[in-house]
Design a binder for this molecule. Structure first.
Ligand code: GDP
Length: 401
């Protein structure tokens, strides 16, 4: 009997960096939006003869732009996409991470479309298929819904699962399951539709065979569109090799060498040293089973599992930790960095605008000039807060690794 940490992430949950940065940046954008609207009101209170069309356009554009960014930011999440050949265990890996049997997996079911699992604040799960909402009661329901519809391999089915039932979904992570890379010629379309905003890719390979060319080709295409994708390789079904004690080490070394070679030489996304931390040997089915037993309050009896279960389980936890760090870091950088730069530039434009109107306000009452001064100070404060936000996030990310 063994005691296991149920959760891979403890107090130092790296996903929280993204979650709290998202809250902060949204608050800052709301502040900036309120400020810009105040400026708008203020400027329009001038006598009509003083209003300049260019200035009005500038303010209108800024209001619109900030609202647009605010919308995007509020919807932002961390996205992980899983790829690999059919039956390598993609759905099982996702279920193991979710600590629940959410996606249909196994004999008689192959994922023949894209399935995106994300959290909902509602208490019951549901799916959205071609803009239509369907309630689902169980995995079986979901499997039926997926079977009865004639779904193309590029269709996206969104599965909304209660955040209250799953911590990783609570932390704004979205997981995407894909049809096997062996079943389609639509790779380009897939990448354009579902991969461009993915923060991390997980290649689920089968430890009983070698990395296939079809799997490699897919990622090579991804690299053409995203210059430096974050990729992890999971050699799944590692339990199936557990009884071959004599050759276990050798097989592992061979896989590791090929996987690293792929990441370092074919893809050119990692160096030799880091690549080591992107390759794992796991058994998703064991992790799922153990987590379900723990969820039921049972103790794990390791003798019911294949030899070496404990170390495979720990390796899965290690994978989760590393990929969550990478996910949070990448999402913060790509999803917030750009917008922060944009708003900082915008605050400079606003300062110039306020100076210009201040200069033209000579004849008007002093009161207005004072107001402009206050607004200028406020603008500087907002800019300052965005700088502080950027630096704080940078610091937190540095502490991750
Ligand atoms: P997908 O097509 O890649 O999504 O693969 P599934 O998740 O549906 O898994 C295919 C089959 O492999 C199912 O019968 C799973 O139970 C089984 N499977 C998944 N992961 C493992 C594993 O780690 N070890 C073993 N032995 N079987 C697994």
């Amino acid at each position: 009997i063994m005691t296991l940490d149920f959760n891979s992430t403890g107090d130092d949950n790296p996903l929280r960096i993204f979650v709290s940065a998202k809250k902060d940046i949204n608050d800052l954008f709301n502040k900036a939006e309120r400020f810009v609207k105040n400026v708008d009101q203020f400027y329009r209170s001038y006598d009509e003869s003083m209003l300049d069309q260019n200035n009005l356009n500038f303010i209108d554009n800024s209001v619109e732009k900030i609202a647009g960014i605010r919308d995007v930011l509020a919807r932002n999440n961390m996205k992980v996409a899983f790829f690999g050949r059919t039956s390598n265990g993609k759905s099982t890996v996702i279920n193991a991470i979710l600590q629940n049997k959410i996606l249909p997996a196994g004999i008689g079911h192959t994922t023949n479309c894209f399935l995106q699992v994300e959290g909902t604040d509602e208490t019951e799960p549901f799916i959205v298929l071609e803009n239509q909402r369907h309630n689902i009661e169980s995995v079986k329901h979901l499997a039926n819904a997926l079977n009865t519809e004639s779904l193309g391999d590029s269709t996206l089915v969104k599965v909304y699962w209660p955040k209250s039932k799953c911590s990783i979904l609570h932390d704004d992570v979205v997981l995407v399951d894909s049809p096997g890379t062996d079943v389609t010629a639509n790779l380009d379309k897939w990448i354009d539709l579902y991969c461009l905003d993915a923060d991390v890719f997980v290649l689920v390979s089968n430890a009983e065979s070698t990395l296939m060319q079809t799997e490699k080709n897919f990622f090579i295409k991804v690299k053409e569109k995203l210059s430096k994708p974050n990729i992890f390789i999971l050699n799944n079904r590692w339990d199936a090799s557990a009884h071959e004690l004599d050759s276990l080490d050798l097989v592992r070394k061979q896989h590791l060498k090929r996987d690293k070679d792929f990441l370092v030489n074919d893809m050119g996304v990692l160096d030799e040293q880091t690549a080591q931390n992107h390759v794992f040997f796991v058994s998703a089915i064991e992790v799922l089973r153990a987590r379900l037993e723990l969820e039921e309050g049972k103790q794990i009896n390791t003798s019911n599992y294949a030899h070496g279960f404990e170390s495979r389980f720990r390796e899965f936890l290690d994978f989760e930790k590393k990929f969550e760090q990478c996910l949070s870091k990448s999402a913060v950088q790509t999803k917030f960095g750009q917008h922060t730069m944009e708003i900082i530039k915008m605050t400079d434009d606003f300062s110039r605008f306020l100076m210009a109107i201040s200069a033209k306000t000579i004849d008007v009452r002093n009161e207005k000039r004072n107001q402009i001064k206050i607004m200028k100070d406020r603008m500087q404060q907002i800019k300052q807060q965005f700088h502080i936000f950027t630096n704080e996030v940078k610091l937190q990310i540095c502490n991750l690794v």
